[in-house]
Design a protein around this ligand. Structure first.
Ligand SMILES: C[S@@+](CC[C@H](N)C(=O)[O-])C[C@H]1O[C@@H](n2cnc3c(N)ncnc32)[C@H](O)[C@@H]1O
Length: 809
């Protein structure tokens, strides 16, 4: 077994693959020395950047008329240029205003000066369409940030702030889908394909953004992903948010279970439905070419075809789980109409008027987007098809399906149903007609559905990546047979209509019929076979661990490899409520937790044997209700993680009457309700604690602090920073700064990680005018470290070596 293979093997794989994004191995012409070598050596291996071109790609998108002919050069040039880096400030973070003002004032000047942009382009600017100036885009790529010495300090700043959760590094267009959900703090949100979690984090920011410290939003996010390892990545990333309102689950989204939820713990009255669903499906990912140039090499038209059916069934499941009146956003980072408009059209057909494709052209006015296409073609095995009837019989075995075409109907059905107007001449521009004189223009199908309401973001409109977004509103319950469209009826003669086989009586077909499926209809692991029966894909979809195209299955690995959840689920301890009254009461009495903060019923653990409990997690009321229900129905939800770590077992030789210390993540929530084991420090004493990590009582500048600290019970305590000129104890609010410490015999020592202490110290010094922000950035250049986990996509892997500090609950 290789070095360190046990731990973090996946993370390393992610890491490696993402480095592969930029450089490819090219053995090139072997040198004379290499001729004799058995294996490649450093000397005979050549590394060169990926070629950013692919004739198949050009042909495909020219034919699909993804942009006007005269725009093509600009479009393709933009796709070949590196993607500008972007990030978002976490509005619910304690230092969001400080960061905002630093960006607007000092950083902008610093970057302009350092970057010395000759074209007069801004070095950094807020994204005009993102509310509250929270999202920023740089005029540098991630690579430039890494390589350019002048920018190194700023890069370190970004990494550090990302690590502590003050900002999130995320591609600009990837921030768009959650915004169209119109999230409110009381919403129950399902993020169906959530890993690595950049959008989950954004959703949490939004629901927390409305609430004060010490209070929790009424809503929650359930973040689901089929891949266990990617779930772990998500858990690690969302830990930065310190939230009690998140549940991470591990299901195939298309089989996400239905469970019944009644009032007062009664099971069976109504189903667990969501106010908002984010359906950011696995896709071919060609919208991420600017940051993942290896896709140029891998791309082919079969990738989109191979994903279409999975995308449809995931989206249909999302709509089944959506409340009437609720919104669902369907999104991909692909430009391909087969993965986008064709999926949206099929959803509308199956829903038979029970969902509406919303016109959101008035929302986010600053965002440049293009209407969805009404007509497109399908490419299979090197040929173009404008209609399903032309598909060779042997390709109708599930590889190519009717719903990939604009009409969604076979030629025969179209004629039978008199829907001849689906097969009209496409109302496309004159120049397009000219350029396509040779194709089957008379047979171009044009969708009659309002697909222009979809949005396609293309790279050259606002110097971004590409994305596709469609917003649905559910108007009424889905039809009983919603998972099977008209085509399916004819599937008796054409059995392999879909590459996702839907079993008779399966949840997909009856997802909304809660009475029928309720608790008994368990999604068995055996159902996982349903994913793909695609017998003969032109090419495999990308099995890429990049954020944007986490495709789970291909025809080959479907057969050979078990799904991650199948292999790993069985050994995981269930999440259970922590009910040991002796321990709970000892915590309440040691810290003087007020009644206003209910502990009982909100504490959960992975293992209910009290003596072994190392970590205790806090869950919001909304999460508690779902957990209760899940336990009642036999744990149908496979919960990978939930809640906020609030207490950790800590024993010390000095001895403490309480075996549990408060964890840093839980402090902010608990702080307003603590009446004991809490002291207040002046800035200088607080600064000393952060700097030296342990300070003797006699060395505190403030004698009152020395006195009060020595009077604390041994063990965990909280030190709150008192504001300048305020000698009285303060009322705790959102701006309160506090740290966890340990009261020993003669000193206080901090229980804060070195990086958090450094970050906090620096923030406070800047706030108190003891440090200049530019100096701090320059200093970072000199002290360059590499410990940070950026959240988005490829970069999300950088920090994962740190992630196994502790298992997820
Ligand atoms: C485009 S990525 C999601 C990116 C994520 N929404 C974000 O913003 O960070 C697609 C994800 O879908 C997951 N996935 C693939 N097939 C799935 C399935 N059948 N059910 C649930 N998740 C799936 C992949 O593991 C991958 O993490």
């Amino acid at each position: 077994m290789g070095r360190g293979q046990k731990r973090g093997r996946t993370q390393r794989r992610h890491f490696k693959q993402n480095r592969d994004n930029v450089w490819k191995h090219n053995p090139g012409k072997p040198s004379a020395a290499a001729d004799t070598a058995d294996a490649p050596t450093e000397e005979n291996v050549k590394w060169e950047p990926f070629a950013t071109q692919n004739p198949g790609f050009d042909e495909y998108y020219k034919e699909q008329r993804i942009v006007r002919e005269e725009e093509w050069d600009e479009f393709i040039a933009s796709l070949r240029s590196p993607l500008p880096a972007a990030f978002r400030i976490n509005a619910s973070g304690q230092f969001s205003e400080d960061i905002q003002s630093q960006l607007q004032n000092e950083f902008t000047k610093f970057l302009e000066a350092e970057a010395n942009n000759e074209n007069g382009e801004e070095a950094i600017r807020p994204l005009s369409w993102y509310p509250g100036n929270l999202a920023w885009q740089l005029n540098f790529s991630r690579m430039q940030l890494r390589k350019n010495q002048a920018l190194e300090g700023f890069h370190e700043f970004l990494k550090q702030e990302n690590e502590v959760g003050n900002i999130t590094r995320q591609e600009a267009v990837s921030m768009v889908p959650p915004l169209f959900l119109n999230v409110m703090p009381e919403h129950h949100i399902l993020d169906m394909c959530a890993a690595p979690g950049s959008k989950t984090f954004q959703l949490l920011e939004i629901i927390h953004g409305f609430t004060k410290t010490g209070q929790l939003p009424k809503g929650l996010v359930i973040a689901n992903d089929v891949d266990v390892q990617r779930c772990n990545l998500l858990i690690h990333q969302t830990k930065r948010m310190s939230t009690a309102n998140l549940i991470v689950t591990n299901h195939e989204a298309q089989h996400f279970p239905s469970i019944s939820m009644g009032k007062d713990g009664q099971v069976g009255r109504s189903s667990l439905l969501f106010d908002r669903v984010l359906c950011d499906v696995p896709c071919s990912g060609d919208g991420t070419l600017r940051k993942a140039p290896d896709i140029w090499r891998k791309w082919n038209a079969g990738m989109g075809n191979g994903l279409h059916c999975l995308q449809v069934v995931i989206a249909m499941r999302g709509l089944a789980l959506l409340k009437v009146g609720g919104r669902m956003v369907y999104s991909t980072c692909s430009m391909n109409p087969v993965e986008n408009e064709a999926v949206v059209a099929e959803i509308l057909r199956r829903c038979e008027g029970s969902v509406e494709l919303l016109d959101v052209s008035n929302e986010l006015p600053g965002l440049v987007r293009r209407p969805g296409l009404k007509t497109w073609k399908v490419r299979d095995k090197g040929s173009w098809f404008t209609t399903y009837k032309d598909i060779p019989v042997h390709r109708k075995n599930g590889a190519i399906v009717q719903s990939m075409f604009p009409s969604g109907l076979s030629w025969k059905e179209t004629l039978n149903e008199g829907a001849t107007n689906h097969l009209t001449e496409a109302p496309i521009s004159e120049e397009s007609k000219e350029s396509d004189a040779s194709s089957h223009l008379s047979e171009m199908e044009v969708s009659e559905l309002p697909l222009e309401r979809c949005m396609r973001i293309v790279p050259h409109d606002q110097n971004s990546g590409a994305f596709f977004i469609a917003v649905f509103q559910k108007i009424s319950p889905l039809p009983a047979n919603h998972s099977t469209n008209k085509q399916t009826k004819s599937k008796q003669r054409d059995k392999s209509h879909m590459n996702v086989k839907v079993k008779e009586g399966s949840e997909i077909q009856k997802a909304e019929d809660v009475r029928e499926i309720s608790i008994d209809s368990v999604v068995t692991e055996g159902n996982t076979e349903m994913i793909s029966e695609n017998k003969d894909l032109e090419a495999e979809p990308l099995l890429d661990d990049n954020e944007q195209n986490g495709v789970q299955k291909s025809k080959t690995d479907n057969k050979k490899k078990k799904l991650p959840m199948q292999g790993n689920w069985r050994g995981v301890d269930p999440v259970v409520f922590f009910t040991d009254e002796t321990i709970i009461n000892s915590i309440i009495s040691f810290y003087g937790v007020c009644e206003g903060f209910p502990l009982a019923g909100h504490l959960v653990v992975r293992n209910d044997e009290s003596t072994l409990v190392k970590r205790i997690y806090y869950v919001s009321r909304s999460v508690r209700d779902i957990l209760q229900l899940n336990l009642q129905v036999g744990q149908r939800l496979k919960i990978t993680s939930l809640g906020l770590k609030i207490f950790e077992r800590q024993t010390a030789k000095d001895g403490s009457p309480c075996y549990y210390r408060i964890s840093s993540e839980g402090l902010q929530l608990l702080l307003p309700y603590l009446t004991k084991q809490i002291v207040y420090a002046s800035f200088s004493d607080f600064e000393h604690l952060l700097k030296y990590r342990a300070v003797k009582f006699v060395d505190f500048v403030d004698s009152t602090l020395a006195e009060k600290a020595s009077a604390l019970l041994p063990g965990c305590c909280v030190v709150v920073l008192r504001q300048e000129n305020n000698n009285a104890d303060i009322t705790v609010d959102a701006s309160t700064i506090a740290i966890i410490c340990w009261k020993g015999k003669s000193n206080l020592s901090i229980m804060v990680s070195a990086s958090d202490a450094k970050e906090l110290l620096e923030r406070l010094e800047i706030r108190h005018g003891k440090k200049d922000i530019t100096a701090s950035v320059l200093e970072k250049s000199l002290l360059k470290g590499d410990s940070v986990a950026p959240l988005d996509d490829a970069e999300a892997v950088d920090g994962t070596e740190n992630m196994e500090e502790e298992p997820a609950i």
